[in-house]
Design a protein around this ligand. Structure first.
Ligand code: FA5
Length: 340
């Protein structure tokens, strides 16, 4: 046994001379002096040896362990010395300031989205996630937009190779998912996420953009609730005295439907180029959930009513910061992104 311990140690010592970096040094230590190493196992199992052999083997094993330990320490020193010798001492100025650390930040649209979430959370609305890849049924049909309905022209989209599977054009299909999950309970949710439209990219329109949808379902929810809640949102989002107005509009999934404008905060309603001299800026579409849509979600429209809305965080950010072109958001130009 002593002979094999000795051989093992000699092998370890010669391997140690070939170790030239700290990682291999650590490996060497764990292999030769770690818990599972031959020497440590031998020392640990001394109790199992015959009494006559125990002192001799114990003494010898201890000597070997100490030799290995000393050689290891020596090697650490050697490596450290040779590393500092290779440093170019003349050009090292330890008084120079360190390199500045680049701080990351949230994208400006993410900041706006988080502000929107916080406002709706204060009003008791939870976030509900629904998929970006949808069926034609959810994106259109269950929202009261049958095949060949002219409203489909406003929401041309991207199709996958599987017929009927598309990228959603708005977050409204999430309304059906939420209703089917929560029916027959009341609902207060917002549904944020990316939407996709096959349309001309312009300064105001992207083919990929965010929306934040909102949905409230319950008994006795009325149009005045919609107006009050959305006006309160605008005051919290922009400023305490922001004026709002509702214009009649049309969406197949709401009846009646409206679009909400906020008073232009650049000219305070006086008229400027941003609000095209109207004094108002459109920020969202909304309306009372159509009875057919309530039914498709599983609710009895004679018992339940609700309101829904959909806003575009990129457009809101553009208005808030006077950004002239929506393409800056996804252009990945740091000169733009670092301003926020
Ligand atoms: C809709 O998408 C409706 N689903 C909204 C809705 C929901 C109405 C619930 C009623 C009830 P619209 O197509 O107008 O409506 O889009 C809503 C918002 O998304 C717009 O006001 C705008 O802010 C944003 N948006 C629409 N198209 C684009 C685009 N191409 N690029 C950037 N933002 C867009």
């Amino acid at each position: 046994m002593l002979e094999s311990l000795q051989k093992n140690a000699e092998k370890a010592l010669s391997e140690l001379q070939n170790v030239t970096d700290t990682t291999s040094l650590k490996e060497w230590r764990s292999q030769n002096l770690g818990k599972e190493s031959v020497i440590m196992q031998t020392l640990g199992n001394l109790g199992g040896l015959p009494t006559s052999e125990r002192p001799v083997i114990g003494r010898q094993a201890n000597n070997i362990r100490q030799n290995l330990e000393t050689a290891f320490q020596k090697r650490i020193d050697q490596l450290r010395d040779s590393a500092s010798e290779t440093l170019p001492t003349a050009s090292l100025d330890v008084t120079l300031p360190g390199r500045p650390v680049q701080h990351g930040r949230l994208h400006i649209v993410t900041q706006t989205m988080r502000r929107i979430y916080a406002i709706w959370a204060d009003m008791g609305f939870q976030i509900y996630r629904s998929p970006d890849v949808e069926t034609d049924e959810y994106n259109f049909e269950l929202l009261n937009i049958p095949k060949h309905h002219p409203a489909r022209d406003m929401w041309d989209t991207f199709h996958t190779d599987t017929p009927g599977i598309i990228l959603r054009t708005h977050t409204s299909p999430g309304q059906i998912h939420a209703m089917r999950e929560y029916c027959p309970n009341p609902i207060r949710v917002i549904l944020p996420g990316m939407c996709y439209r096959y349309e001309q990219i312009t300064a105001r329109s992207e083919i990929q953009f965010n929306q934040v949808e909102g949905l409230a379902i319950g008994q006795n929810i009325r149009f005045t609730d919609l107006k009050g809640t959305l006006s309160d949102f605008a005051r919290r989002m922009f400023s305490a005295n922001t004026a709002t107005r509702f214009r009649a509009s049309h969406f197949p999934f709401t009846e009646p439907s409206a679009e909400m404008d906020v008073e232009c905060f650049l000219c305070s309603g006086g008229g400027c180029s941003v609000c095209k001299h109207t004094g108002w800026l459109e920020i969202l579409g909304c309306g009372m959930v159509h009875p057919t849509v309530l039914e498709n979600g599983g609710y009895n429209p004679r018992e339940f009513t609700g309101f829904a809305f959909g806003m575009g965080p990129e457009r809101i950010t553009m208005l808030k910061y006077g950004i002239k072109d929506i393409r800056y958001f996804w252009g990945n130009d740091l000169r733009f992104l670092e301003q926020f």
